[in-house]
Design a protein around this ligand. Structure first.
Ligand code: ADP
Length: 448
C-alpha cells in the first residue's frame, strides 16, 4: 500500500491524512466543488474534484469515487465515516477495481447493515439483545399482537434497513400497535427500499454505551474499552466519554468477548463499534457500526492506541501487533462535538468563519479542518471541530474541558459552544451516568 485515496471530507479527512503521513503513505484527497479550495485539500499530496457540492453528486457517488481513485493511481481507499463508509456495494466495487478497501469485507458490512440480520447474528454469538421478535414481523395482525404482548409494552417498531435515527416508532399500548407497524413499514419502504420491520422492547431511561474493537485479517482481535455517548440531541451524539462512568468492568469484558467472537464468525477485519443500550446494570446490543467513528479520539486518549493508524496497517495486511493484555486504560477522556448550528434550535448555520481560536493547553486535542476565513458549506454535516480532553480522573477531564471551552472562540457563525459550556457546568453531567434523554429534557425545561 503506497497511495491512499481519502473518500471523505472535513475533520475526518484531516485525521486520515495525518495517520497516512505518519506511515509514509502518499495521500490523494477527494473533494467536491464546495470543498475544492479548503486548506486541507491543498495539504494532501494530490486532490481530485469528484463532482458538485450536493453529496449525492460527489461523496455519495460510488462510481465516481472509484474512478477517481483509479485515475489518481491510488491503491487503497479510506471511506472515513458517513457517506459510503457502510455501503457494502461500495466496498465490493472498490475491491473489484483491485483497490484495498480500508474497512471490513463487504460481506460483514452487509450482515451488520441490516438490523434484523445483525440481531439474529449477535444472538447466535451470545451477545445480549433486548427481548424482541424472532426476525422480521409477519404480515398477520394477530401474530404481531401476540409477539408484542409477549415482549411486553412499551415496544419499539424498527425498520430492518433503518439508520441515522430514522425508521423507528415507540408503541406504548396495543391499540397503537398495528397502525404503527403499517406506518413504519411504509416509511421504511420509501426511505430504505426495504419494508421489513421488527419489534424490540423499548427501554425508557437507557444510557448509550459502545464497545470499540479492532481485528486483523487473520482473526486476531482485541477490544479497546467502551465509550459512553448518552448526551444526545435528536439521536445525534453531542458529548462522548471514555470510560463509561459506573459501568461494571466484568460485564463489559464479558460482552466484549462475545463481540469479538461475533467478529471472528463474520471474518471481520479492521475497526468496529458495537452499540448497546445500558439500563439497570444490563447491556443490550442495538447495532454495529462497521467503520471508524467520530468519537474514536476518546479511546485513543485513554489507550494511547492510534485507531486510524491501526486501520491502515491492518488494511495493508499486517497482523495485530498487540494483544489484549497489552491494552491498558489510563484516566478519563471527553469529547465535545463543535457544530455550526443555531444555539437555540440546533439547526445548521453555515457561513464564513471570521476567526477561529482553539485552545492550546496540556491534555487538549483539537481535530478540525476549519480556520480563519473558512466557509462552512451548506451541503454537509454541521460538525466543524472536535475538542478532546484527557485527565487523570473524570473530574480532572471535566475541569480541563471547561478551560478548553473557555479558550475556544469562533466568530462569524453560530455554534453550539455555549451549549457545551452549559453542559460542563451542569450538576447532572458533572456527576456522570445520565441517560439518553438527559440533554433534551434539560433543553425543554430551559425553553421559554
Ligand atoms: P440508528 O441506526 O438509526 O442510529 P439505532 O438502533 O442505533 O438506530 O437506535 C438509535 C437510537 O434510538 C438509540 O440510540 C436510542 O436512543 C433509540 N433506541 C433504539 N432502540 C431502542 C430501544 N429498544 N429502546 C429505547 N431506545 C431505543
Amino acid at each position: 500500500m503506497r497511495t491512499l485515496f481519502i473518500a471523505n471530507r472535513g475533520e475526518v479527512a484531516v485525521r486520515i491524512q495525518r495517520a497516512a503521513r505518519g506511515l509514509g503513505l502518499a495521500t490523494v484527497q477527494a473533494c467536491s466543488e464546495a470543498d475544492v479550495s479548503a486548506e486541507y485539500v491543498r495539504r494532501a499530496d494530490a486532490s481530485v474534484c469528484i463532482g458538485p457540492g450536493p453529496a449525492a453528486a460527489s461523496y455519495l457517488d460510488a462510481g465516481r469515487v472509484v474512478l477517481a481513485a483509479l485515475a489518481a493511481g491510488a491503491d487503497a481507499v479510506h471511506p472515513g465515516y458517513g457517506f459510503l463508509s457502510e455501503n457494502a456495494a461500495f466496498a465490493d466495487k472498490v475491491e473489484r477495481a483491485g483497490l484495498v478497501f480500508v474497512g471490513p469485507p463487504a460481506s460483514a458490512i452487509h450482515t451488520m447493515g441490516d438490523k434484523v440480520r445483525a440481531r439474529t447474528f449477535m444472538l447466535a454469538a451470545g451477545v445480549p439483545c433486548l427481548p424482541g421478535s424472532d426476525g422480521a414481523l409477519p404480515e398477520d395482525p394477530a401474530a404481531c399482537r401476540g409477539i408484542a404482548a409477549q415482549i411486553g409494552y412499551p415496544v419499539i417498531v424498527k425498520a430492518a434497513g433503518g439508520g441515522g435515527g430514522r425508521g423507528m416508532r415507540v408503541v406504548t399500548a396495543e391499540a397503537d400497535l398495528l397502525p404503527s407497524i403499517e406506518l413504519t413499514r411504509a416509511e421504511a419502504k420509501a426511505a430504505f427500499a426495504n419494508s421489513e420491520v421488527y419489534l424490540e422492547r423499548y427501554l425508557t431511561t437507557p444510557r448509550h454505551v459502545e464497545i470499540q474493537i479492532v481485528m486483523d485479517a487473520y482473526g486476531n482481535g482485541v477490544w479497546l474499552g467502551e465509550r459512553d455517548c448518552s448526551i444526545q440531541r435528536r439521536h445525534q451524539k453531542v458529548i462522548e466519554e471514555a470510560p463509561a462512568p459506573g459501568v461494571g468492568r466484568t460485564m463489559l469484558a464479558e460482552v466484549a468477548g462475545r463481540c469479538l467472537e461475533a467478529c471472528q464468525r463474520m471474518a471481520y477485519r479492521g475497526v468496529g463499534t458495537f452499540e448497546f443500550l445500558y439500563e439497570n446494570g444490563d447491556m443490550f446490543f442495538i447495532e454495529m457500526n462497521t467503520r471508524l467513528q467520530v468519537e474514536h479520539p476518546v479511546t485513543e486518549a485513554i489507550t494511547g492506541i492510534d485507531i486510524v493508524e491501526a486501520q491502515l496497517r491492518i488494511a495493508a495486511g499486517e497482523s495485530l501487533w498487540f494483544r489484549q493484555d497489552d491494552v491498558t486504560f489510563s484516566g478519563h477522556a471527553i469529547e465535545c462535538r463543535i457544530n455550526a448550528e443555531d444555539g437555540a434550535t440546533g439547526r445548521p448555520s453555515p457561513g464564513r468563519i471570521e476567526r477561529f481560536r482553539a485552545p492550546v493547553m496540556k491534555g487538549v486535542r483539537v481535530d478540525t479542518h476549519v480556520g480563519d476565513g473558512y466557509v462552512v458549506p451548506p451541503f454537509y454535516d454541521s460538525m466543524i471541530a472536535k475538542l478532546i480532553v484527557h485527565g487523570e480522573s473524570r473530574a480532572a477531564a471535566v475541569e480541563t474541558m471547561r478551560a478548553a471551552l473557555a479558550d475556544l472562540h469562533i466568530d462569524g457563525i453560530s455554534t453550539n459552544i455555549t451549549l457545551h459550556r452549559d453542559l460542563l457546568a451542569d450538576p447532572g453531567f458533572c456527576e456522570g451516568g445520565t441517560n439518553i434523554h438527559y440533554l433534551e429534557t434539560k433543553l425543554r425545561k430551559a425553553a421559554p
